[in-house]
Design a protein around this ligand. Structure first.
Ligand code: Z5A
Length: 211
């Protein structure tokens, strides 16, 4: 496939949405064809799954059910959105992908990570990100940003702080074991974070032949 898949990962309120928007503008100004998407909810079916997954009243979703719903969202997203855009040569900026499942359902919920790896493989057909930007911010900072944004807290944000700490630890472990995952200090202001992202991506864009 000719395009590239750039994934943004991190705990709640790390600033993925803000940074993806700035990055989209930057790439657009460079004349690069860019598509923005997310998981869960990057397709019409995925939007329905997202509502089920994040509805705060859905307190009876079992951990395995949750895992399978995220996997179903991903399988649909890969076939309907990611593969066609990569075939067209587009750059895709994707808000969350397979590492979210390892961090949240693996480290957070305590489900078997080997099983999650197999499930990720089934859902993606082996499609991996070309680079993953891990926006690393202290969970308290992220959660307090979310609170001050005025958004209603969803089912996963309402989890205990210990859950969010395990998720954060999951990201740290993933980053330590994979060169493809680049840590970005997301505690800085939005402009400084974007500068770091652009510096990291500029080298890749050259290597990939986009600039
Ligand atoms: N999940 C899962 O469990 N398993 C999976 O496999 C997948 C997902 C794929 C939905 O994700 C949930 O699904 C998520 C994980 C789980 N858990 N929850 N909740 P989501 O990505 O849609 O939701 P989110 O993680 O809560 O992201 P978000 O709400 O989109 O937040 P964000 O994108 O990281 O941040 P933001 O919207 O850019 O910023 C939040 C606020 O902070 C906003 O007011 C900004 O203006 C402010 N902000 C952003 N950056 C800064 C800086 N640098 N300084 C100060 N303030 C800032």
């Amino acid at each position: 496939m000719n395009g590239k898949l750039i994934v943004f990962e991190g705990v709640e309120g790390c600033g993925k949405t803000s940074q993806i928007q700035l990055c989209q503008e930057w790439l657009h100004n460079l004349g690069i064809s860019v598509v923005v998407t997310r998981e869960p909810g990057g397709t019409a079916l995925g939007l329905d799954l997202r509502r089920l997954l994040l509805k705060a009243e859905n307190k009876t979703i079992f951990n395995t059910t949750e895992l399978l719903l995220y996997a179903a969202d991903r399988a649909q997203h890969v076939e309907e959105e990611l593969k066609p855009n990569l075939e067209k040569g587009n750059i895709i900026l994707c808000d969350r992908y397979t590492d979210s499942t390892i961090a949240y359902q693996g480290y957070g919920r305590g489900l078997d990570i080997n099983l999650i790896n197999v499930l990720n493989l089934i859902a993606t057909g082996g499609l991996e990100s070309d680079i993953t930007l891990w926006l690393d911010v202290d969970i308290e900072v992220g959660l307090s940003r979310k609170r001050s944004s005025g958004d209603v807290a969803d089912r996963i944000e309402l989890e205990a702080i210990a859950f969010h700490r395990r998720v954060q630890e999951g990201y740290a472990q993933l980053q330590a074991s994979q060169d493809k995952i680049v840590r970005i200090d997301a505690s800085l202001n939005k402009e400084a974070v974007q500068t770091m992202i652009q510096t990291t991506l500029s080298d890749r864009l050259k290597a990939w032949g986009y600039v």
